[in-house]
Structure formats: structure tokens, C-alpha cells
Design a protein around this ligand. Sequence first.
Ligand SMILES: C[S@@+](CC[C@H](N)C(=O)[O-])C[C@H]1O[C@@H](n2cnc3c(N)ncnc32)[C@H](O)[C@@H]1O
Length: 437
Amino acid sequence: MRVVIEKMGINGEGIGYINRKPVFVEGVLIKEEADIEITANNKTYAVGKVKKIVKTSEHRVKPKCKIQGRCGACPLMITDYENQCAVKEANLKQALIKYAHVNPRLIKKIIPSENVFNYRNQLKLPFSMNEERELVTGMYQPNSNYFNEIDHCVIHDQDLEQTRKAVLKVLNDYRCRSYDYHQKKGFRSLIIRMIDGRSQITLVTGEEELPASMIEAIMQIKGVVSLWQSVNTIKKTPEIFGPKMVLLAGERTLDIRMDDLKLQLSPRSFFQLNTLQAKRLYSTAKGLLKEHYGLIVEAYSGVGGISLYLKDKADEIIGIESIKDAVVNANANAKLNHADNVSFICADAADKLTYISKKREIDLLVVDPPRSGLDDAMLETILRSKIREIVYISCNPATLGKNLDILLDRYEVKVVQPVDMFPNTAHVESITLLVRK
Ligand SMILES: C[S@@+](CC[C@H](N)C(=O)[O-])C[C@H]1O[C@@H](n2cnc3c(N)ncnc32)[C@H](O)[C@@H]1O
């Protein structure tokens, strides 16, 4: 079947229509024409696989990565960066109009990323064995068990890639094997966070005792400041880290600088993946605010970066975060940065916000939730409270749109500012400023 691609979907796929039914096709761009094979045909939509592209977009480029399209992380790498930004802006507009009827004129042009490649400061990759019986890292093809070995990832920081290769060499020198679910032994995942040339490494393993000389060899790799082991023998789990973390060598935290801020990060704490753009994200959010507030609450605060960026904007700032390690980091970060007016609480965001909003007046709420967006309890608490302003930082236009639809009962959108944090991927980050009606 031949299809003309009319728009792009939220996952970076092309969408065309056959007999008015939408057909989702990976690896194609707007205005391209392709011969496709229908691989799934449901009542309301179909899925197609490209056999041949018969008309090519002027925005198509040759992807820099050999396994683009197979690993699934970078569907937009087939188009120039200007067009990637246009696709992201259109997707955000589409979602916010569809779910919440947001006036498109309030949605600004996306702030592009300075670094289109080599921007990721962290990798979290599963291990496997290749045909030569060597331990390798890679990605499972989306919706399949097929493992693609990653030889060289072009969105990872170059030093991060060097470190990954050096760690693999050590593990192979010691003849380490990938995880065996029956024996509960072997290596499951490699996690490396590398910022400003310094790295924190975590090996997620089965019940494995690692030789002291191997630990020493990893610590000798350039820039490595700590090596952690996380034992995870839970069979089917979406969690990469196991319940227990053991510091094998080096420093407990990765200490970084972000503009004037000093931040400490533990392996399990969330931290923005594109450090340069994170500074832009935070300073753009700050730029949308008034001069000064009484009380700011930041929900989903991670290691406290946003609250600390805003420390001069309020009499008091309270952060709420559910991961204990991140809260320990955040409170240490408040001390390190002499922010006596900023503190962090380990709790569920909705629970704690309900508690605070019953006792005190909140002038500004900052939320930066995971991809699933704000849950019902959080939305209910916000609607019941008298919070005056909200800054909603979102990494998922669909959940943002659905949440806004509910919040718009009591709030008005002032501006939506997209920021590209993840070039080549389909992810769209945005900041929305809402004011109580
Ligand atoms: C997208 S991250 C944002 C972190 C932080 N704002 C930053 O810029 O680094 C979302 C954070 O929400 C936390 N989180 C997830 N669900 C939560 C909940 N129900 N209550 C509190 N925090 C939660 C996660 O642990 C994570 O640190």
C-alpha cells in the first residue's frame, strides 16, 4: 500500500491515512510517500512497516548512528535539527489543543539545544553476551527481545562513551558474564553518570562478589570517582537498581557544579540528563516568575536543583521528593549552597502538599513530575488549595494536556515554553505558567 505522511506522532513516527484510518509508520517524515506493509490493523488505527520510500523529504538526513531505528531511542535522527524542533513544537501544540483547548498563541517557539549530539550525561544499559562470548552493553529493540549491541552511542557524552568502553574491557578481562536468571548470577546493567569529566559507576549484578583487583582496575579508569554495586535478583521488574546499594570504592556522591550551584548526586537520585540544557530549563522557569514570593513549594524536587536556583525568590522553599537518597542529597545541597530558607521532605508529593496547603498559604507551586504526570490525588489537592501560581515542568505533552484540562477549571495558562532537552529523540520538555483565575 502507498501512503503519504501528513503528520508526526508523539513517538516520532509518521502518520498517514488510508480510507481515513490513521496508519502509524516508523522511519518516515511529513510529505514523504512510502510503500508500506500493514503489520497491524485495528478498528481505529493501523500500523505499517516501510518497504520503500518513494518520495523523500528535503529535511531527511543520513543518521549518524548505525543502529538508528533499531534501538528505538532516536526516531528523529533521520531529519535535520531545525525540523526536529518543528516536529516537537507541533506535537506539543497538537496535544495541548486536543486535550485542553490551550490557545496555540500561548505556546512559544522551542528553545533549541546547543548540543545536538554527545549531550547525555548518563547511561543505563543492560548487559548481554555477543557472538564472540564477550560481555557487551546495548538496548532491546522496542516491543521485542532482540538485543542490539551498542558499539558507539552518538548522543552520549564522548567521555561517557570512553568510560563505558573502558569498564567493558575490565569486565571482559575478568571474564564476567551477563545475568543468568536461574543461577541469579552475572551482570545485569551498567549505569554511569559522568559530569565535567568525573564519573560515578554502578554495576547491577546478581549475587556476585567482585574481586578486589577488578574494583581497583575500574577505579583506575580516567575520571572514575566511585564504584557502586547494586544487587538485583528480582525476576521481572521495571526497576534497574536492586533494593541494596553497596559502595565498593571511592566517594559516596558525585559532586558537580551547575552555574553557581554545588550539587551532590547519589546514583539512585534523578538528575537532568542534559546538563547544559538543564541550566536553560531552570533559568527559563525562573525568568517567568515574579520578583519575590512568600512560600514556594516544589513537588518532585529530585536533588533540589530547581528550588536552589530559586532560593533568592522566596522567604521559604519546601521541596517534596519520594526517593530517600535524593532527599538526603537535596538537604546536603541546601547546606552546601548556604540556602537556609530551603528544605526538603521525603514524602509522596500529593500527601505532603495536602498537609502543607491546609496549614499555610502557598504562593507558588513548582511541579516537575515523571512522564505519567500528576496523579488524581495531586490534581485534587491543587484544585482544593488556594495556590496562586503554578509552574508545571513536563516531559510528556500528552499527560500535560490531560492534567491541564483538569487544572483549567481554576487556573489560566499564561505561557507555555518548550525547551529541547533531548535532540534526536521524540521527547518534548516544556514549562507552563498557570495563574489562579
Ligand atoms: C522528572 S524528575 C524531576 C526532578 C527535579 N525537579 C530535577 O529537575 O532534577 C521527577 C522526580 O519526581 C520524583 N517522584 C516520582 N513520583 C513521586 C511522588 N509520588 N512524590 C514525590 N516525588 C516523586 C522522582 O523520584 C524524581 O526525582
